[in-house]
Ligand binder design. Structure first.
Ligand code: AMP
Length: 210
């Protein structure tokens, strides 16, 4: 199963990707997590990406295309994967198509901008492993501590309200056109965000016929 998860920043792609990854036994590939790790490790890619990310802008397509083609060629991707946060532009989708990367389905998580603005203030991520939590919806067992690795939970710089607003603008302008792109290819499966995380996972699995 080769799957793309589309949706606005804060739609719950990361959370759903982790859950689907366990159920379907395939890895999640998140370009956001790869870039945050690169920044933390001070690699050349990290240095290039940091200012774009802090401002809530997209990292240039050529950087992303390099990262993703390299990552998808790794051994653990051969039975499938879930892409979280990539492709984010038509250029990225076309580049993947040109490299012969094909998908079984593209799930788009549908949620209103106002709900996202409300949600983002509660999001926390693990600074060590990138796992995602929400103070109300997906709280960690111990406050401020990652359930999986014991790392420290922090608020992402780009989750500040002004940055969330510009990320939503970028989403509508650059990423939303991907829905029409994949609709044309018969792959798009829109799924309404549900009240609970589990209900949304179930809705996605139903849309995938699982
Ligand atoms: P995310 O964790 O998916 O919300 O990504 C955080 C930030 O990383 C985004 O706001 C972008 O600056 C950058 N980023 C992640 N994935 C991509 C991508 N596919 N294309 C461009 N920028 C990306």
């Amino acid at each position: 199963m080769k799957l793309i998860l589309l949706g606005a920043p804060g739609a719950g792609k990361g959370t759903q990707a982790e859950r689907l990854s366990k159920k379907l036994e395939i890895p999640t590939i998140s370009t956001g997590n790869i870039l945050r790790a690169a920044i933390k490790n001070g690699t050349p890619t990290g240095l290039k990406a940091k200012s774009f990310m802090d401002a809530g802008q997209l990292v240039p397509d050529e950087v992303i295309i390099g990262i993703i083609t390299e990552r998808l060629a790794e051994e653990d991707c051969k039975n499938g994967y879930i892409l979280d946060g990539v492709p984010r532009t038509i250029a990225q989708a076309e580049a993947m198509e040109r490299s012969g990367i094909v998908f079984d389905a593209v799930v788009s998580i549908e949620i209103a901008d106002e709900e996202i603005m409300e949600r983002m203030s509660g999001r926390r991520v693990c600074e060590s492993c990138g796992a995602s939590y929400h103070l109300a919806a997906v709280p960690p067992k111990r406050e401020g501590v990652c359930d999986s690795c014991g790392g420290k939970l922090v608020q992402r710089k780009d989750d500040a309200p002004e940055t969330v607003r510009s990320r939503l603008e970028v989403y509508h302008r650059e990423t939303e056109p991907l829905k029409a792109f994949y609709e044309k290819r018969g792959l798009l499966k829109p799924v309404e965000n549900q009240t609970t995380v589990e209900d949304t996972t179930q809705a996605i699995l139903r849309a995938l016929g699982r």
